[in-house]
Design a protein around this ligand. Structure first.
Ligand code: ZN
Ligand code: ZN
Length: 356
């Protein structure tokens, strides 16, 4: 799908909301709609037209990147030039991405315009991926898988958690990634019981689990994968936690298809963990959408969420966290389809024992 068809779809959304234009300020949404990649850009979208405001640092880049979009080079404060490009009438602003101060400054410069806070307009388009986006996510997954496979083959080789995280980062760069899609998590032993652990300068201990959560970024698109590796003979509690988590992961993958509410996919995993008496050790949601943002719609959890659609890309990542002992999380990236989901991650989920 081209930026042109995204423009057609956004035109329909503006009509639905009775808006004459939308001021897009979230950089990810600006990129999605126009192709512009930069730290200072505002896109003004009407039903038939797009104008990108940016500053002179991006003159050359903006003209090379944008598709079917007029470019206006403004001063550093883009708000000073807003009145020239924003049409009169009802104009949406992205409430999820604008500070109150910026809204007030914008309103003072656009006095004749009715600024209407809106949410989810561009995000609602981004939720279903087109073939070009899927190709980039597949490639990002392939690169992260290859780096993880190298870690499995080499083992931790006396590395600390932090050294392991940086090694994975470097391997993904060597394989063509622009970088990691988020700060890589490597957490061994009791540290693995923290779902968002920050890698430490400590050696990975023997006879425990190590949670490795990582992803690559290619063409702006992210991948996301977690594997939990063993470093020897596990205490029974961790062995059981791994088996339960893996079963829950498989059940959620089996439940994940178009037409199913995201809550039901979360339940498929959560019911298994709860039946094993570990429900209170699985505190986070089952998964999230992945695209230009590492965490985006749809949300796979008990609260909120939405009915899954073909072409959504989601993570399935149940976890069990035993405070003071260790943790396990198994995460795959999957494309939702009509009859099931296609798992992009290629690293097996069998418990792998590595050397340290
Ligand atoms: Zn992850
Ligand atoms: Zn994730």
């Amino acid at each position: 799908m081209s930026h042109r068809s995204r423009q057609a779809r956004i035109g329909g959304r503006l009509a639905d909301k009775d808006l004459d234009a939308l001021i897009v300020t979230d950089p990810v949404n600006v990129r999605y709609l126009s192709g512009f990649v930069g730290s200072n850009g505002v896109l003004v979208v009407t039903a038939g037209h797009r104008v990108l405001l940016t500053d002179s640092r991006y003159t050359v880049a903006a003209r090379a990147q944008v598709v079917d979009t007029d470019v206006v080079i403004a001063g550093r404060d883009l708000l000073d030039s807003m009145a020239e490009v924003v049409p009169t009438g009802r104009v949406g602003i992205e409430a999820d991405h604008m500070t109150v101060a910026r809204r007030d400054r914008m309103a003072s410069r656009l006095r004749a315009i009715d600024l209407v806070p809106v949410t989810g307009i561009v995000e609602g388009l981004r939720v279903v991926k087109d073939p070009g986006e899927l190709d980039l996510i597949r490639e990002a997954t392939r690169v992260a898988d290859a780096a993880l496979a190298r870690l499995v083959a080499e083992g931790f080789a006396g590395r600390t958690e932090a050294e392991t995280a940086w090694a994975l980062h470097g391997w993904m760069r060597d394989l063509g990634a622009e970088g990691a899609s988020f700060d890589i998590i490597v957490a061994g032993g009791a540290h693995g019981a923290l779902p968002h652990a920050v890698p430490r300068g400590e050696r990975i201990p023997p006879d425990t689990l190590v949670v490795v959560d990582m992803g690559a970024r290619i063409g702006g698109y992210a991948s996301d994968c977690t594997r939990t590796l063993s470093t020897g003979i596990l205490p029974p509690a961790l062995e059981e936690a791994y088996a339960v988590c893996r079963e829950a992961h498989g059940a959620a993958l089996a439940a994940c298809r178009a037409g199913v509410h995201s809550r039901e996919v979360d339940s498929a995993a959560r019911n298994i963990i709860t039946a094993a008496g570990l429900g209170d050790r699985f505190g986070h949601g089952l998964g999230h959408g992945v695209g230009l943002d590492i965490h985006e719609r749809p949300w796979l959890r008990q609260e909120g969420g939405e009915v899954l659609q073909t072409g959504m890309v989601v993570t399935i990542e149940p976890g069990i966290y035993l405070e003071g002992v260790g943790g396990v999380r198994i995460e795959d990236l999957a494309v939702v389809g009509d009859d099931g989901c296609e798992v992009l991650t290629c690293v097996p989920t069998d418990l792998i024992t590595t050397t340290i």
